[in-house]
Design a protein around this ligand. Structure first.
Ligand code: C2E
Ligand code: CA
Ligand code: CA
Length: 382
């Protein structure tokens, strides 16, 4: 994907013009519009790669526009801006995600020019840095590697598992983080290939780690784009047999948004994985719109509460209420509950109060390379 064209919609023309100065100086061809009626014509003719939109459009609000974009199955990156408080922006952003839109960022007004410039430059960089072939070659050359982040049982302070998180080591350049290349992989039909390569690396890794600490589990992230493949469970099982892996020690994480589409195929893939003995976790839980009825029918074993609720747990009352509710919900459904984004002792104590089962986050450790995580695990104090 190449990011070249930006469309800005804001009912305040002076803001449109100010933002246009920024986007044009970052090298983007830019159009502006101040009314929803013009927007539809401009959007469909101009076909922007990036849409910067105000949530408050005078007579109308931006939610209607998001629904319209969802109806069009728009693939552009969307940057929301608004004078409302962050919470409202965040909710609107989630609404966009649940409508299948590519919500890239949200910014409070007055928009920080530096932040916007930064976002635009990152997008250009991610567009320029690779081609489809690069990804295929990267797998061949073992440039895809995994870092590992420990998961700790809150009740007894034992390491129970690790989550594998992919990085792309482009030798001459720096390590590329998943958020900067997984969207490219997904948009270019490379997901299944990358996922199978990652699973194989993860299987080898867990065997090595279990030599040092037996019983440790590994969590592996799947993309929503993996789940339409009815053969996936068999492919994974074959690989597990090849490496003599116990499926009970493997947990596949799938995001709430991917799972809740609940196409029959997705349900079948998940059910078959579970029947083969693998564990299943709903990742980023709380950010989608799960219905309880659907959740109860899912063959899952774990809920993983999204870090956006955990990071400010000690200072934000709403986040505390939500987190406690999500933990109780998980327990009532007979699931283990993990909190990610545990950055401090205070957050951990709050989660202990709430009876959360497992914690993961910088307070314990950042994701680490294989040798470093083995070292970390050997010195972790019980
Ligand atoms: P995720 O699965 O929700 O992973 C958690 C992310 O939060 C990781 O970022 C991790 O480094 C970060 N994190 C962990 N603890 C803390 C904390 O205490 N504070 C803060 N602020 N952040 C924390 P990372 O490694 O950049 O991964 C980002 C996302 O990329 C992952 O989110 C996942 O959606 C995706 N991803 C990672 N590895 C894979 C993979 O192998 N396959 C696929 N399909 N997606 C992957
Ligand atoms: Ca995850
Ligand atoms: Ca997550």
């Amino acid at each position: 994907m190449n990011y070249r064209k930006v469309l800005i919609i804001d009912d305040d023309v002076s803001i449109c013009e100010l933002l246009r100065d920024v986007t044009e100086s970052s090298g983007y061809e830019t159009r502006i519009t101040t009314a929803e009626s013009d927007f539809k014509i401009v959007f469909n003719n101009f076909k922007p790669d990036i849409l910067i939109m105000d949530l408050n459009l005078g007579k109308t609000d931006g939610i209607g526009l998001l629904k319209y974009l969802s109806y069009l199955k728009a693939t552009c990156k969307i940057i929301l801006i608004s004078g409302y408080e962050e919470r409202v922006l965040s909710i609107a952003n989630q609404l966009g995600v649940s409508h299948g839109l590519d919500m890239y960022a949200f910014l409070q007004k007055p928009v920080s020019i530096a932040t916007l410039k930064n976002i635009l430059e990152t997008l250009q960089l991610s567009a320029e840095t690779f081609k489809t072939d690069d990804v295929i070659i990267a797998i061949d050359k073992d440039e895809m590697l995994l870092h590992f982040q420990p998961k700790i049982s809150i009740k007894n302070n034992q390491i129970i598992g690790i989550e594998s998180l992919v990085r792309w080591d482009r030798k001459d350049k720096s390590l590329i983080m998943p958020d900067d290349f997984i969207p490219f992989v997904e948009a270019n039909n490379l997901t299944k290939m990358v996922t199978m390569a990652i699973i194989e690396i993860a299987f080898k890794a867990i065997l090595e780690i279990q030599k040092q600490s037996s019983g440790i589990e590994i969590s592996i992230n799947l993309s929503g784009k993996d789940l339409d493949d009815l053969e996936l469970p068999d492919k994974i099982q074959d690989l597990a047999c090849k490496y003599n892996i116990n499926p009970e020690k493997i947990c596949f994480e799938v995001t709430e948004t991917a799972i809740m589409e609940q196409a029959e195929v997705i349900m079948e893939v998940l059910t078959r994985l579970r029947l083969k003995g693998f564990q299943l976790s709903i990742d980023d839980f709380g950010t989608g719109y799960s219905s309880l009825v659907k959740l109860r029918k899912m063959p899952i074993t774990e809920l993983k509460i999204d870090k956006s609720f955990i990071l400010n747990l000690t200072t934000n009352k709403d986040d505390r209420i939500i987190t406690k509710t999500l933990i109780d919900l998980g327990h009532n459904l007979g699931l283990k509950v993990t909190a990610e984004g545990v950055e401090s002792k205070e957050i951990l104590e709050q989660l202990t109060d709430y009876n959360c089962d497992i914690a993961q986050g910088y307070y314990f450790s950042k994701p680490l390379a294989m040798n470093d995580v083995k070292q970390w695990m050997s010195t972790f104090k019980n």
